[in-house]
Design a binder for this molecule. Sequence first.
Ligand SMILES: Nc1nc2c(c(=O)[nH]1)N[C@H]1C(S)=C(S)[C@@H](COP(=O)(O)O)O[C@H]1N2
Ligand SMILES: [Mo]
Length: 213
Amino acid sequence: MQTNFQERKKRETAMRKAGRLPPGQVLTEKFPVLHYGAIPQFDKSKWNFRVWGEVEGPLNLSWESFSKLPREKVVFDLHCVTRWSKFDTCWEGVRFNTLIEMGLIALKPDAKFILQHAENIYSSNLPIELVRSDTFLLATHYNGHPLTPERGFPLRGLVGAIPGNKEFKDVYLWKGAKWLNGLEILSVDQKGFWEQSGYHNRGDIWKEERLAE
Ligand SMILES: Nc1nc2c(c(=O)[nH]1)N[C@H]1C(S)=C(S)[C@@H](COP(=O)(O)O)O[C@H]1N2
Ligand SMILES: [Mo]
């Protein structure tokens, strides 16, 4: 146990030196499962993914169609507001931009923010630039396998940090909704579940934007 502890601390120091450990965070090798409420049931025949709001026409995809969309593999560092960070996690999923490139959706000029809607009541908001950047993924797979129910099966919005990225903001993990089933495209920002309950609206991990000022 002691050795494990020392090894973890060693890795943590290395990550700090590499500029990958944000302030106030500790490295974990575990992967805690965190969410509000119960794990929703997935019914393949009823599930659909919707995009609506500031788009030229709403999109409605069945699971069958969604699962055929082209996917990409990405490696993310995850940073939870409860202070754990997990490095080099492997995911696979669909880019929001892919929906645009395939002509499935067309954004209106006023499309500025996105509210992710999940089964039950969870939601989370992000600026559209972030959703269109490499740091956001419509994730369907973790470690080469479909998501497990507790990780958000069949689909989760996922925000992760990419080492060296200076272009886009890195935000805490709550900013990705597990059991995602809809994206509401907005012209005016609208707070999500935790943002309404006192979490910071932006959630920048480097500025420790944990709670609202
Ligand atoms: N639908 C839904 N998504 C959610 C949450 C939730 O309560 N419901 N919690 C968020 C929070 S606070 C965190 S830290 C991550 C946890 O993801 P994990 O369980 O895979 O670690 O999911 C986020 N997405
Ligand atoms: Mo969290």
